[in-house]
Design a protein around this ligand. Sequence first.
Ligand code: HGY
Ligand code: MN
Ligand code: MN
Length: 416
Amino acid sequence: MAAPGENMRVNADRLWDSLMEMAKIGPGIAGGNNRQTLTDADAEGRRLFQSWCEAASLTMGVDTMGTMFMTRPGTDPDALPVYVGSHLDTQPTGGKYDGVLGVLSGLEVVRSMNDLGIRTKHPIVVTNWTNEEGARFAPAMLASGVFAGVHTQDYAYQRKDPEGKTFGDELQRIGWVGDEEVGARKMHAYFEYHIEQGPILEAEEKQIGVVTHCQGLWWLEFTLTGREAHTGSTPMTMRVNAGLAMARIMEMVQAVAMENQPGAVGGVGQVFFAPNSRNVLPGKVVFTVDIRSPDQGKLDGMRARIESEAAAICAALGVGCSIEAVGHFDPVTFDPTLVAAVRKAAEDLGYSHMNLISGAGHDACWAAKVAPATMIMCPCVGGLSHNEAEDISKEWATAGADVLLHAVIETAGIAE
Ligand code: HGY
Ligand code: MN
Ligand code: MN
């Protein structure tokens, strides 16, 4: 049995080959992936992951939100497991690594333990959370949110995609409704390894992000009501223009975020116009404002400012305005003991590293509500993500997986 040491590493080729194999499922149109949650492509990716896990002697459990839990037994039957998770679902124009790197690196950790003959005191559970992205069914991190008790399962099952299909029906359709009660599992610790999705690590030439915090988020869904009218024959003074109101709100969101620098972001990624006809002023405009900050005061202050200024913008144009918060989590502080284990692993392995606040949201943010949790990050080229051109190097991928291996073993304990 190998003793843990700085020479203990994952199998870089096997990890990279697994990433490339998974990337073939749900291909995008520009080299990335479109493997949205609860689609047939998602189901295919789940089956491939399951086959790899079972080949590594893991046993599968699935809960009623479809989250996959792949267990490697520990020597102490009473010890709570160490979970290592992320997500296999992607954005519609997603990259090959967002989420997938964390799930397959968790598998690689187990594969490496098997190779090294390492037995841990605590079991290890590699986890694929359903619907982390929230692209098809808002909000993001939906299954981990139900697991943490933030959402009810009924709320989750009723979430609708743009075609009106519900989460519950789609989960049933792909055959991944498990039998485990969501949230019944208790965790000793939770690790999530993820690409940074930002430019800091690459710019600072650091191999590892020791993630101490994650910024908080609001997703505010605006529904603006104008009056459908002819874009040609309707005089400017007679228009009730919901599209113009949206444009002014977007401009205001940009200004509010810029006034809250450093450490605040705000923007809009999704807009629906109805009837969305070139020569009809929109009667209805629906769009989601995404604001984030690691500072609670800034985050909530931006929300209040945006909601009140949007009301004034719409009133001035005679446009109806309703706002629904469809996603939220407060800024997260990760567990100091686990953060220290990640930092120690990077030091033992000789990898350059720095503290980092995660700009993107992750399932770890909800796991942190029910267990000690933390994250490890690797750089990504140009900080680009949620873009099919998302790219990382094999070396970056491997370094983070090595750190994950060491931090998990440190936390799970080597069995005597
Ligand atoms: O929105 C996020 O930060 C994550 O990608 N779901
Ligand atoms: Mn992700
Ligand atoms: Mn993502």
